[in-house]
Design a protein around this ligand. Sequence first.
Ligand SMILES: Cc1ncc(COP(=O)(O)O)c(C=O)c1O
Length: 410
Amino acid sequence: MKLSWQVLQDLEKKYGECFYLLDLSKFQQNYTQFLDCFRSIYPNTNIGYSYKTNYIPKICKSVFELGGYAEVVSQMEYDLAIKIGVPPSRIIFNGPLKYTQDLEQAVLAGSIVNLDSLQEVQIICELAQRLPTQQILVGLRCNFDIGTDRISRFGLDVEGGDLDYIFKRFAELGNCQVRGLHCHFNTEQRSLESYALRTKKIIETTDRYFPDRSPEYIDVGGGYFGQMDDNLRKQFDFDIPTYQEYAQVIATQLKQRFAGSIQPELIIEPGVALVANVMKFVGKVVSLKTMRSRHLALVTGSIHTVKPSKQLPLTVYKNELDNARIESHTPIDLVGYTCMEHDCLYPEYPVPVSIGDYTVFDNVGAYSIVFKPPFIWPSPPIVSYDSTLNLYTLARRQETTQDVFATYEI
Ligand SMILES: Cc1ncc(COP(=O)(O)O)c(C=O)c1O
């Protein structure tokens, strides 16, 4: 994607003064690279792309075309996968809240369903009793100690005996089987040590509960860092692992453990790692002001559109054609459209800006559009870039006032 002030001006004429840019080829490239790193060590690996991280249907379709699973955590996301043509067998249904009907339907349709609680186990047992001739297959999300400060609230308590109970109960029923084990832990540092430990623990759990057969799959969840430029990388006070390093600590353990026996499928569930760097946000500078010693530029975006947990990489495209443009003083705070004082997209930007410049924030692909509230302004459109055709097309139109208020009684 080669951007310039003129390209952005042409896009503005079509899509308005703020929009997201999605680079689908970059997503496909990340997907392939991440998977290749794992497959070069453990060939039976597949990706379950985490829909919640960014569920633009174009991305989700691309995952299906690349052979990946849809990793969903609600019926809303499950319905989206079905709507874009993903067969139930290519959907992994995780998450703490699955209603009985949804859970039963997904299991009977052949989706990979990882149960999160003993209540869900009970629903499955009742289904098995109702349908005694039906073979019921489910997965279990495991919760064990990986040294986090806070005890995770998800999954089943392995050390507390939940799995002992479930395997015993399923054996009594006769028509219920555990097809695979899953885990996912969110940690701030997303470190290699943590992935090494969770993989070791899930393999140990598998050894304990599958003494005479291999499970169909071992799913080690998501939570990996993606690729980032040096400026962003420097803002973390710990090392950011590469795709290859994650593969090394996870896939190598499976390779060693299952050498010479039936190799279960290794499932990984990246979201951030594949999608963070595939979206940019474009906002226009629409006004300048100086408040005593503070210089401010208003941009047609907000912290709700870019969700900056770090200072995001920023490129400003200046209108070089406008000889009469007035340049701001510096340093200048690039502030957003909301009424919140803290709505600052870039504090103390060191270079002058002018009205009509475009600010382009990078790395806004993860947990951005899915977390954008209808606060003060509706959501901007998403424009998708096709690098083979050098073509921009709409992935999501501009949200309207009517869209925002459609569900209210007026
Ligand atoms: C079960 C599960 N898998 C995968 C993910 C994806 O995590 P990330 O986007 O950090 O890779 C999440 C995120 O919370 C999750 O809950």
